[in-house]
Design a protein around this ligand. Structure first.
Ligand code: G16
Length: 570
């Protein structure tokens, strides 16, 4: 007899997790994300969906992460992780959204049955899931709802406890590759910290010791990651953690963390008396998947080293190693960016490194800047999932969003090439070993603040760069990010990979008119997929003009859609 959906147990438990009537849920940029106290039904249903996804993939382990990452503490969210540790396949995001919005238990069950038929899910296959949460106060109740979902469908679910998002992604790939030739690592925190720290130690052996690094942990789960990895790193790197108050109500991501630093372009106030001129520091976000560096110059002035600066540093380093290993021409390094990337970073990557490095981003300007050998420019919308897939087209694909979310991917062919290449000189052998260590240091499943931090520290140690020298690679074009609270952000629709607005009607023409008035002006507007806001980006040659452009576009957005006068951008 073929296996059946356990309708009775699903229905019974579903009644304990009713969908609130007034809310429409959406699987957005990084899963479902909204106020933590309305997500109970979503978590229950995601538990069942994760199990079905696993059955569909022949019992491979699927990850479920309960987090709202950079969002305020009262928000929460959930996202699914596919077997190689990457984000959920786009087609299943649609299933997730429809299941989350089924009005009643019977609608929900009906939709599940339809999905099982259309996706040809064999219910006799095992369902395996691994799940974790960040430190948000709403986490435990939401995890209980998720567990009810697992129970309802009979999934074999492993609780990975409280950990960072990238560690959960690492677990998923490690579990699914166990015992294969592509074994990714040991599926435990110890396995993760050992893998990263041993690669790091190999990479910095013989290099001058870097001064201690101040780490702003955003009062989130990254604080635990930083304190756990420190003993593994030993003397190779001293970390000075700050903003580690994971149990203080209201502290998470509040006036600290990567998003605060990137958006406000300021030092977290809590570090004002900590950071000394010349000292470098970095901020993680609430679930430790983003990283932003910064330093104070001699005059105590703040300088930010964002995702674009990390991409430039890392990509140039990998290109150099590839060349030194004697693999130039055999391994193509590429960089993926989005519209948020600073114009100067694209120029730096495209012009300075043009013969070995390909820039893959969504701006027409790149067509003129990139080398004649560049790959065709393809537009990718915001979101790690889009960048990740684009980066997979390269032998080594480096992708970073300006907000500090990113990683580098070594294709399976590149990995094999590195393992089988026979160096002909000691210098080639050293560079080759460094490349192999990088493949272990970098969390290739998703952006990972801890792994990225060690990657940056590696390059700084190799180059003997301080923050100032790194910052001098290129000068950022002044830019400003503004969030606008509107009545309905879903009224904002974009085209051309989010570069242009098609709705509200007429707004794009007004933006175009405004942009023309600014030297080097560029601006775009898109609805956030993680917060209930519309994002506005402005860039211009002069700082005051970039600010003015962004705020004037934000004003247009606001006037078009109305809202609370108290929230009008100033
Ligand atoms: C998530 C995504 C990122 C994206 C960010 C903001 O980051 O993983 O790729 O850049 O949201 O997206 P949006 O502008 O649509 O709100 P995180 O760190 O919040 O998980």
């Amino acid at each position: 007899m073929t296996a059946q959906l356990p309708v009775e147990s699903i229905s019974k438990l579903s009644e304990l997790h009713p969908k609130p009537n007034h809310i429409r849920f959406q699987y957005g940029t990084a899963g479902f994300r909204t106020l933590g106290n309305v997500l109970d039904s979503v978590l229950f249903r995601v538990g069942i969906l994760a199990a079905l996804r696993s059955k569909r993939l022949d019992g491979k382990t699927i990850g479920v992460m309960v987090t709202a990452s950079h969002n305020p503490e009262h928000d929460n969210g959930v996202k699914l992780v596919d077997p190689r540790g990457e984000m959920l396949e786009a087609a299943w995001e649609v299933h997730a959204t429809s299941l989350a919005n089924a009005a009643t238990t019977s609608d929900f069950v009906e939709q599940l049955e339809a999905l099982i038929r259309s996706a040809k899910i064999d219910l006799s296959k095992p369902a395996r899931v691994v799940y974790a949460r960040d430190t948000r106060p709403s986490g435990p109740a939401l995890v209980a709802a998720l567990e009810d979902g697992f129970k309802a469908i009979g999934a074999d679910a492993r609780n990975a406890g409280v950990t960072t998002t990238p560690i959960l992604h690492y677990f998923v790939r490690s579990i699914n590759t166990k015992g294969t030739k592509n074994e990714y690592g040991e599926d435990s925190e110890d396995g993760y910290f050992t893998k990263l720290s041993s690669a790091f130690k190999k990479l910095v052996t013989g290099k001058p010791q870097l001064p201690p690094l101040v780490v702003d942990c955003a009062n989130g789960v990254g604080a635990e990651g930083i304190s756990k990895i420190s003993p593994y790193l030993g003397e190779s790197l001293t970390l000075i953690p700050h903003n580690t108050a994971t149990t203080t109500p209201g502290a998470l991501n509040n006036a600290c963390g990567a998003d605060y630093v990137k958006t406000s372009q300021k030092l977290p106030p809590s570090l004002a008396s900590v950071l000394k001129p010349g000292q470098r520091a970095c901020s993680l976000d609430g679930d430790a998947d983003r990283l932003i560096y910064y330093y104070l110059d001699d005059r105590g002035q703040f300088h930010m080293l964002d995702g674009d600066k990390i991409a430039a540093l890392v990509a140039a380093f990998i290109v150099e190693l590839v060349k030194s290993a004697g693999l130039e021409g055999e391994i193509q390094v590429g960089v993926v960016q989005t519209a948020y990337a600073n114009g100067s970073s694209t120029k730096y990557l495209a012009e300075v490194r043009s013969t070995h490095l390909f820039v893959y981003r969504m701006r027409d300007r790149v067509d003129r800047l990139s080398s004649p050998q560049r790959l065709p420019v393809r537009c990718v919308p915001t979101g790690v999932k889009h960048l990740h897939h684009a980066a997979e087209h390269f032998a080594v694909g480096v992708y970073f969003e300006a907000n500090g979310h990113g990683t580098a991917l070594f294709s399976p062919e590149t990995q094999e090439k590195l393992e089988s290449h026979e160096p002909t000189t000691p210098a080639q052998s050293t560079a080759l070993n460094h490349l192999l260590s990088l493949t272990r240091l970098i969390n290739q499943t998703v952006g990972d603040a801890i792994s990225d931090m060690l990657l940056v520290e590696t390059v700084l140690a190799h180059k003997s760069y301080s923050g100032l020298e790194w910052d001098s690679l290129y000068v950022d074009l002044p830019n400003r990010l503004v969030k606008v609270v509107v009545v309905d952000r879903h009224a904002f629709k974009t085209e051309d990979a989010e570069r242009r607005l098609v709705s509200p009607k007429g707004l794009q023409a007004k933006i175009d008119d405004l942009v023309k008035r600014y030297d080097g002006g560029r601006s775009f507007v898109r609805p956030s997929g993680t917060e209930d806001v519309v994002r506005v980006y402005g860039e211009a040659v002069i700082k005051s003009q970039a600010d003015e452009l962004a705020f004037r576009v934000a004003g247009l957005v606001y006037d078009e859609t109305g809202g609370d006068p108290a929230t009008r951008p100033k």
